[in-house]
Design a protein around this ligand. Structure first.
Ligand SMILES: Cc1cc2nc3c(=O)[nH]c(=O)nc-3n(C[C@H](O)[C@H](O)[C@H](O)COP(=O)(O)OP(=O)(O)OC[C@H]3O[C@@H](n4cnc5c(N)ncnc54)[C@H](O)[C@@H]3O)c2cc1C
Length: 425
């Protein structure tokens, strides 16, 4: 086996900035090599960590000793058969999107995790999803099946119709190595519009979301919230981010809802846009400041802007880590939150930003601690907020996984209500 050497140091962490260590590291290129590796490591107490694109934010792919299996060299895209695309696990999402755009025009792979360098194996294993999940449903719907090697080196071919798929979906590499995936492609809508609405207060953005939900507009694709603090953070970092060129500089003290609506018929979109404008105005949004986009290029820019909120948090953590190496990413992944205003208006002096999927009541709070004391305090706040919301029926781990960094929350939830299993989905 390939002994770990310092040249592999980048493989010891992910985007959570947690730092790990390992004894051996391997880069298999095919299923047979994975089987050999797992068979030769099939001993009691052997530690195996599976790694995809290392964009995870909970340290799931960060090794703590033993063997690290990195899948970046299993990056073949096979052919499209009907509407099904077969791929190896190390293929990044952007490569899948480019391939489908080229080879099956008018179709797309619906799982829109905003981090496009995430591997498809990682996306499946964390249950990652994105803004369009609101209309398209959970990511499992878009996997037709997988091939997986368990830690005894046995191969399983599992279709998504088979309940056994849930032994591996969202299991964060704990049950085996996914070596091939079959992805379902969908036809694109003829028209998509994105509209930005700005609000002075979170309460107004939340009121708007409630009204939109009640209005039962049928063609909403995504409905993303960004707090004023998230917009201010992007302002701080945006000059180093080429992909934000052409996106307006929004005022620092406004909260944003970015929604996308879709249809094959442009009149439907216009009708929905008008209803949205009225509802936003009823919730004190200045409609003259609303911004609508409809070209693929402009929609991409807005997607980049939304993604920048997450990226800038990670950059801020990276900066703080220079002063204390123990600092890592600190974020929540709670959905089905009952009282959003209470959830986002935290009583703390520690800097934090909020963004996420408002209509799924799935907002991520990201703390930006400046030192270790703040880091520890923020960890406690996350624990408290998780327990509070868990007791109200919220889902605590939705799309990012538990990894190594959120084990302490899982333990706290188990202690709080031993009779009730923590909500995972
Ligand atoms: C800026 C930014 C934005 C993000 N936005 C989103 C978002 O919109 N939605 C979202 O859900 N997540 C988001 N994420 C988190 C991250 O992109 C996802 O968790 C993604 O699924 C991780 O994929 P990966 O290939 O990088 O996996 P890794 O980080 O390498 O691994 C993640 C987990 O999956 C396991 N794993 C990886 N590959 C396999 C395999 N083939 N077989 C078995 N187990 C495997 C690992 O063991 C680990 O537990 C974001 C991250 C960043 C940095």
């Amino acid at each position: 086996m390939n002994k770990y050497q310092d040249k592999y140091v980048d493989y010891l962490s992910d985007e959570s900035k947690l730092q790990g260590f390992c004894d051996y590291i391997e880069f298999p290129t095919c299923e047979e090599e994975v089987i050999d590796l797992l068979k030769s490591n099939n001993k009691e107490n052997s530690i195996i960590t599976v790694q995809g694109g290392r964009t995870g934010i909970v340290g799931g792919s960060v090794p703590h000793g033993g063997l690290l299996i990195n899948l970046s060299k299993m990056d073949k895209i096979f052919t499209i058969d009907d509407d099904i695309l077969s791929v190896m696990p190390g293929v990044p999402l952007f490569a899948i999107n480019e391939f489908v755009n080229r080879e099956k025009k008018g179709y797309f792979f619906p799982v829109d995790c905003t981090e496009k360098t995430a591997s498809i194996g990682g996306i499946f294993s964390t249950g990652a999803r994105g803004p369009r999940n609101y209309s398209l449903g959970d990511s499992i719907k878009y996997f037709a099946g997988i091939e997986v090697i368990d830690f005894d080196g046995r191969k399983h071919i599992i279709s998504t119709e088979d309940e056994k798929i849930y032994n591996y979906y969202k299991k964060e590499g704990k049950a085996g190595v996914v070596t091939q995936l079959r992805l379902k492609l969908l036809k694109k809508a003829e028209h998509i519009w994105g509209i930005v609405f700005l609000f002075d207060r979170t309460e107004d953005a939340v009121g708007f979301a409630k009204d939109v939900e009640e209005s039962k507009i049928e063609n909403i694709m995504s409905f993303e919230y960004m707090s004023a603090s998230a917009i201010a953070l992007i302002q701080e970092f945006r000059y180093g981010m080429d992909k934000l060129k052409g996106v307006p500089e929004f005022e620092k003290d406004v909260h944003m809802i970015y929604t996308e609506i879709f249809s094959d018929n442009e009149e439907d979109i216009e009708r929905s846009a008008e209803i949205l404008m009225d509802l936003a105005a009823n919730n004190h949004s200045d409609i003259d400041q609303a911004l609508a986009v409809s070209t693929e290029d402009d929609l991409d820019k807005m997607a980049n802007y939304r993604h920048a909120a997450a990226e800038c948090c990670n950059m801020s953590i990276e900066q703080a880590k220079k002063s204390d190496n123990r600092i890592t990413k600190l974020s929540t992944d709670i959905s089905n939150i009952k009282d959003i205003c209470h959830y986002v208006n935290l009583q703390t002096d520690i800097r934090y930003v909020v963004f996420g999927h408002m209509l799924d009541a799935h907002l991520h709070i990201n703390f930006l601690p400046q030192n270790y004391h703040e880091y520890m305090e923020a960890k406690e706040i996350i624990k408290r907020v998780s327990i509070e919301n868990y007791l109200k029926g919220a889902t605590i781990f939705t799309e990012n996984g538990i990894g190594k960094l959120k084990q302490y929350i899982l333990e706290a939830l188990k202690e709080t209500t031993p009779s009730k299993p923590p909500y995972l989905l």
